[in-house]
Design a binder for this molecule. Structure first.
Ligand code: PEP
Ligand code: MN
Length: 342
């Protein structure tokens, strides 16, 4: 288990109490090289009851029941902030990145049209799925390889780097041959064989949080990619399942500041899949910027009402242009630099 302390004068006392409690329970505690003594690792298997007692000690900020062993995913304050370079773009470390594009690549007119539109609105990265993990086998599954070829054309024409999802090991080989960033979707977040392959694919990985994944699950999935030799992982909160039924999923913005505290990896937010509704995308994107996210991923379609996938949550190009301009103006207020100023 890893215990993070809040930055306060009471930190030494809180540390002493945690170390004493761990000792009483027969566990060893040792400092971790994270944030100037601000964390401890308690050896041994995670213990939910112990985690609850420790979390109740004043001055303890977060208890992560991570298993023992190396944890490359944890922040090392002595290291430089982690920047992920994609073409000329720098992700993380003070920038606010806009990823935009359709849920699925549908045809040349749609893909090239939306690519031009989001480029001129100031997007930094173009998204588009060629392989779609759909709930129903009868729904549009994506164009496959021809979809990737259209993405490559869109990149050539606009200069925008592209991100696309791999749904299995076969599509991973195809996607990583074309896309600048490989997405692993919520449904595959714990496909460990795929994560290991993604760790060796030579591209940054955009890892979306599973819809029922805890923070430990997400961090350990990132650890699979890191431990396979790929340091470039972007985490994405995209909504989780809760009892709420007013939106498609529940956007858990509360995970953003916690992730920013415990890991050096960039953290993005996807308000489109979280809400399922275009009206919520702009407010949730502003909230994502305000709570510390390094970027947002937003679905945009030239004609949302005709989209083959996720039309109700897709912004029109005009709506995206307005959102991008708002976020660019707000970014400096939240100590972030917009990547693109058009
Ligand atoms: C997507 O980004 O197209 C997607 C399917 O997202 P998620 O995996 O978050 O559902
Ligand atoms: Mn979608």
């Amino acid at each position: 288990m890893i215990v993070f302390f809040s930055k306060s004068e009471g930190q030494p006392a809180a540390r002493d109490r945690v170390v004493a409690l761990a000792r009483e329970l027969g566990r060893k505690a040792r400092s971790l090289p994270t944030e100037g003594g601000g964390s401890l690792r308690i050896e041994g298997p995670p213990d939910p009851a112990m985690a609850r007692w420790i979390a109740a000690i004043p001055g303890v900020e977060v208890v992560l029941p991570l298993p023992s062993g190396p944890a490359r995913v944890l922040r090392d304050p002595s290291a430089e902030p982690h920047r992920i370079r994609v073409d000329g773009l720098e992700i993380g470390a003070g920038s606010f990145t806009l990823v935009a594009g359709p849920c699925a690549v549908e045809d040349a007119e749609q893909m090239l049209g939306v690519a031009r539109a989001v480029r001129s609105a100031g997007a930094d990265l173009l998204r588009g799925g060629a392989f779609k993990p759909r709930t129903s086998p009868y729904d549009f599954q994506g164009l496959g390889a021809p979809g990737l070829a259209l993405l490559a054309r869109a990149r050539e024409e606009t200069g925008l780097p592209v991100i696309s999802e791999a749904i299995d090991e076969t599509s991973l080989a195809q996607v990583s041959g074309v896309a600048d960033v490989v997405q692993i979707g919520a449904r595959n977040m714990q496909n460990f064989a795929l994560l290991k392959r993604a760790g060796a694919c030579g591209r940054p990985v955009f890892l979306k949080r599973g819809m029922s994944a805890t923070i430990e699950d997400l961090l350990m999935s990132a650890e699979y990619v890191l431990s396979a030799g790929n340091p470039d992982v972007i985490l994405c909160e995209r909504g989780i399942r809760t009892f709420s039924n007013h939106s498609r999923f529940t956007l858990d913005l509360g995970i953003v500041p916690v992730l920013k505290r415990v890991t050096h990896l960039p953290v993005f937010v996807d308000p489109s899949h979280a809400s399922g509704s275009r009206d919520s995308v702009a407010p949730l994107s502003r909230a994502a910027l305000a709570c510390g996210a390094d970027g947002v991923m937003v679905e945009v379609h030239p004609e949302p009402q005709r989209a083959l996938c996720d039309g109700p949550q897709s912004l029109s190009p005009e709506e995206f242009a307005s959102l991008a301009s708002t976020l660019r103006r707000l970014a400096p207020l939240f100590a972030r630099q917009p990547e693109t100023v058009s």
